[in-house]
Design a protein around this ligand. Sequence first.
Ligand code: FAD
Length: 318
Amino acid sequence: MKVTQHIENAQGKPLFSFEILPPLKGQNIQSIFDSIDPLMEFNPPFIDVTYHREEYEYKELPSGLLEKKIVKKRPGTVGICAAIQNKYRVDAIPHILCGGFNREDTENLLIDLDFLDIDNVVALRGDALKNEIYFKAEKAGNQYASELVTQIANLNKGIYLDEDLQNSSSTNFCIGIAGYPEKHMEAPSVDSDVHFLKQKIKNGAQYIITQMFFDNKKFFDFVAKCRAAGITIPIIPGLKPIATKKQLNLIPHRFSVQLPDDLIMAVVKANDNDAVKQIGIEWCTEQSKELVAAGIPVLHYYSMGKAENIKAIAREVF
Ligand code: FAD
């Protein structure tokens, strides 16, 4: 079932959902099930699975020359989605990227997903590779998520890349996209970011999932800005409990989001990582309760494969 239908069917009852990432290459599917099992009691209507594109590594050869090696550290998104739908009978949502794909690859991926009875996708651009400053699309690939949305929306109308295809069947994907309460790191302003967000919706996106935020005011202001700009589709907040001291530096750097001073100082003064985890759980629980009280239809947790803290929050909220 589509995410938008899940929201409609919930009739105001808040829904719990979460995101997982594929395990590192070499691990098995059981590690995924172990991270999902503890959260099933909260009846997630859907589970997102992230996509990780190939990166390059340089290996020194005996000659001293460097060999460029392609590595894919977290493969398996499509297989994991199929396994989730098969085992739990819950909608699995693969994230799909512009980066690393030309349009033909994307079309073939979408055909696989359609054949697997996957009804939802989240369409994303992807980040620049570690050794690049700017994001670079593949040759004949999509440059922005808005173009990827158009390609998916076209396939939903039976429009394939090969215009000569006869009697082609249409897909029926519900398309999610990313939104950034504190603006995307490359966007020159919030207004320009919202302008391009609108483009994705015009092209066919049906709901927004936000980047993580730690101050609900940022989310509420973002929703108000979107609504004022004429965006009417559901906006699902993305939430992440802080779990380690290192994340105080990592999260602002990696995701371009701010942490509130109270949260920072509480974590700084914590004696050990158990104490940090508890602070993260309590902070995220308060955020969640306020969002539910404000009538937000779905809360979406970035579990990063660690169910324990998300479970502690969900117990208090759902
Ligand atoms: P876009 O919507 O294309 O926007 C990218 C930037 O370009 C923005 O600054 C925007 O304002 C600007 N822009 C958009 N259109 C135009 C235009 N036509 N002209 C000029 N500027 C434009 N990454 C992964 O690799 N795998 C994942 O699974 C993944 N999941 C994510 C899930 C969520 C909910 C979120 C919030 C992010 C996720 N990301 C993931 C990260 C995401 O890929 C990056 O944030 C990426 O840098 C931007 O993706 P986007 O889809 O928002 O890009």
